[in-house]
Design a protein around this ligand. Structure first.
Ligand SMILES: Cc1cc2nc3c(=O)[nH]c(=O)nc-3n(C[C@H](O)[C@H](O)[C@H](O)COP(=O)(O)OP(=O)(O)OC[C@H]3O[C@@H](n4cnc5c(N)ncnc54)[C@H](O)[C@@H]3O)c2cc1C
Length: 189
């Protein structure tokens, strides 16, 4: 019997973080990312908060990210007339002493690059690979892409806010008569 395998759709922050976790536990996986580059110049600045930093630290990525990012040491707020109405001069020191990490800013592509670099087996990352359709089979799941079919035991949608995986889940649920699972509060789908 083949080993348990997770198919992850989306090779950004969520997908690559999960990949690092699965690799650490020796669980087989494949990442399908539609972009040809794992760290495209997309997205804006990223505020890495202590709770995220702790996970990235456990995965062995924090020190590389610390070097690439800028700490937030103090914060000021201004009212509509431009008058300073808030100033937290010790925010960075307070966060570090309370949670172990400061808030830090960096680019999205820097996080994905560090997460990718930290993976030992890069052959599990498939770029230019867009998930198009998901089928449930007797033995697991199949994900059809623009080139090949990936087979595994579960599919994880790490494919962003407009998640095509979620749309596929909805399609499959409706076909199975379980559309209620996806019904909105207003009664629509
Ligand atoms: C202006 C702006 C500022 C933000 N600032 C912050 C911040 O400071 N801190 C913070 O934590 N978050 C911030 N966010 C939110 C941030 O973008 C998300 O937290 C983060 O990118 C989510 O990561 P993700 O991996 O879930 O999804 P995404 O980064 O959206 O990645 C989804 C991935 O899935 C891939 N994909 C999609 N469909 C398919 C498919 N069919 N097949 C294969 N691959 C597919 C995409 O190419 C992409 O790589 C900000 C967002 C915006 C827009």
């Amino acid at each position: 019997m083949p080993p348990f395998r997770v198919i992850i759709v989306g090779g950004s922050v969520a997908g690559l973080t999960l990949s690092n976790m699965l690799e650490a536990y020796g669980i087989d996986f494949a990442v399908l990312e539609k972009h040809e580059d794992i760290a495209p110049r997309l997205g804006a600045g990223y505020a890495m908060m202590p709770y995220g930093a702790r996970i990235l630290d456990q995965l062995g990525c924090y020190h590389a990210l610390e070097k690439l990012s800028s700490p937030v040491n103090s914060v000021s707020g201004f009212d509509e007339r431009g008058k300073r109405c808030l100033h937290l001069s010790q925010l960075g020191a307070w966060m570090e002493s309370s949670f172990g990490y400061k808030m830090r800013f960096l680019e999205r592509r820097q996080i994905t690059q560090v997460l990718y670099d930290n993976l030992r087996d890069k052959s599990k990352i498939h770029t230019s690979c867009e998930a198009l359709e998901i089928c449930s089979t007797d033995t697991g799941v199949e994900v059809e892409t623009n080139g090949q079919v990936f087979r595994g035991d579960v599919v994880v949608g790490a494919d962003g806010v407009h998640s095509p995986v979620r749309q596929e889940m909805e399609r499959l649920a409706l076909a199975d008569g379980n559309g209620e699972l996806f019904r909105n509060e207003d009664g629509g789908y």
